[in-house]
Design a protein around this ligand. Sequence first.
Ligand code: DQA
Length: 161
Amino acid sequence: MLRILVIHGPNLNLLGLREPEIYGATTLAEIDDLLAERAKELGVEIETVQSNHEGVILDRIASAVGRFDGIVINPAAWTHTSVALRDAIKGSGLPAVEVHLSNIHAREPFRQQSLVAPVCIGQVSGFGPESYLLGLEGLCRYLSRGDRSSPGAPAGQEVES
Ligand code: DQA
């Protein structure tokens, strides 16, 4: 059975209260419930973690090697700032999907750049909590394909690592 680590970055523990006009009313616990439900439907195992401390997440990524098959991550503000997070994802060698509740490309200029996206197999941004579910589904499809080709690439084209 595939094992997926789902990572929620800083301030996502405040979902439901935090800027609901941007991030909606759904709490993190509700998102985790939706993820657990979809994981069951997909027949995969997931573990979820949220932290406001970057080092905690870097350690979780390092210790995921050999224990998980892939990562779904909402890096939140670290998306736009963290070379360390980018290096951890790339260094783990695990396929990762970056997700965002809001459409970061339609927001302030500083949010439109992701340092993490280039080391991920893909990004889902702007669908609210559904972004996580689409990200999980995309990652599972990618992992289930023997050839590990990029979901967006023409058949036979490998993802650059
Ligand atoms: C976010 C977008 C980030 O720019 C922001 O810092 C967040 C949440 C999103 O899910 O839309 O904390 O990652």
